[in-house]
Write a new protein. Sequence first.
Length: 488
Amino acid sequence: MSQPLVIYNTLSRAKELFEPIKPPFVGMYVCGPTVYSDVHLGNCRTFISFDLIYRYLIHIGYKVRYVRNITDAGHLEGDNDEGEDKFAKKAKLEQLEPMEIVQKYTLGFHEILRIFNTLPPSIEPTATGHIVEQIEMIKEILAAGYAYETAGTVYFDVEKYSRKYSYGILTNRKLEDLLEGTRELSGQDEKKGRLDFALWIKAKPETLMKWPSPWGWGFPGWHIECSAMGTKYLGTTFDIHGGGMDLQATHHTNEIAQSQACHHAEPVKYWVHTNMLTVNGARMSKTAGNGFLPKELFTGDHPLLDRGYSPMTVRFFMAQSHYRSTLDFSNEALQAAEKGYKKLMESIKRISKIEPAAHSSVNIDELRASCYSAMNDDFNSPVLIAQLFEAVRVINSAVDKTETLTRDDIGKLNALMQTFVFDVLGLTDESEANAGGDVINGLMDLILDIRKSARENKDWVTSDKIRDQLKAAGVEIKDTKDGVEWRI
Ligand code: AMP
Ligand code: ZN
């Protein structure tokens, strides 16, 4: 028997037994991307980590409602309500409508996550689609007395809130310490307190994305969207809230405050945070400009890369470290991951070569239990992978007949590999996909050969028919002096 699932809760700074509020249902909210630029590999790490968590919760039988939002409005450059709106800035730069920016990068985000074989969330709500819910929530916070309006902008009153609740609870910080790290207010400030943050921001004449509200035209602050959408789809208190660690101190701290002030209840039972992907020790971020785009990683077109790596190599590379550890990016680590990934895939294919024996020399049930123990220990994927490599050793030894397995155990071993490698770790066998590519190449060679013969025989009807029907099927062919080129 493996131990029950425990999850590290940022709130208690300890591993806790996972007991959902209403089993078998689990509500999980993860802060999604701000879609004003391409997602970098660091963002991908966070979403791939939560994909693993989502997959495992489903695998062990939970009915998970996974909500991951798209931030498409209200995110200013600075986390403390300062700076330009990220979308407006990019829109000006690219001479596009802000919603064109949103569309462009949302599509790019989906495409990348599809390439990494992540499962789509159950609901993917957008901030712009929930302005009404955000306004309603702000009204409730105002009515409860934890916010105030100044000239069309509504601020959350952190000091007032702190008289009843602990504002720094998530990161275990006292109000005094938080105040120390913040700049003094100037005479110009509309805020009453240094830690107060905007729930609603008054639009300037040049603001592009704005909505009418009881406080005039404006737009929501960044944090209120997650409180409003989390509540709408998962209830006032739900099971898991996730995001990268960089969101703890401000975004998630403010989310807790908003929800508590509005509903007088703790919004989340387990706060789960992923650690950062780093490059030479520094956090990968859009602002720092040290971000790799997944595309650059696949093609190898980046000064820090020796060559390209496949999406599943990258996914495997990420699974090799625990989601709460930092993961440093290096060519050597990626090369090792590529070897490991290929070894895993090859060994799965070798299972069919094992000859059944009368007795097993290895206990497959124990091996299976240790895979569950690894994942039940706060989703420990590196330990799981170590167990899977023990399975690889068993497979290779059984093929070489230095270990023996019964027919029943061979079946169990196959099921174990299918479950953990494909369903839980979310890997796919790229050599199979490439085999699909080989088939297409072979078919195209055949078709183009027939067309060539037709042209040599001046059979223009057949030759044109081949070209036109390929075109209708989405394949374009071009005659060049070096032969025929084709592309899908
Ligand atoms: P953003 O689009 O910047 O709002 O970030 C989307 C998600 O990616 C958030 O959950 C961030 O915490 C996470 N994230 C940003 N940078 C990194 C990084 N270097 N490593 C891991 N996660 C990150
Ligand atoms: Zn959020």
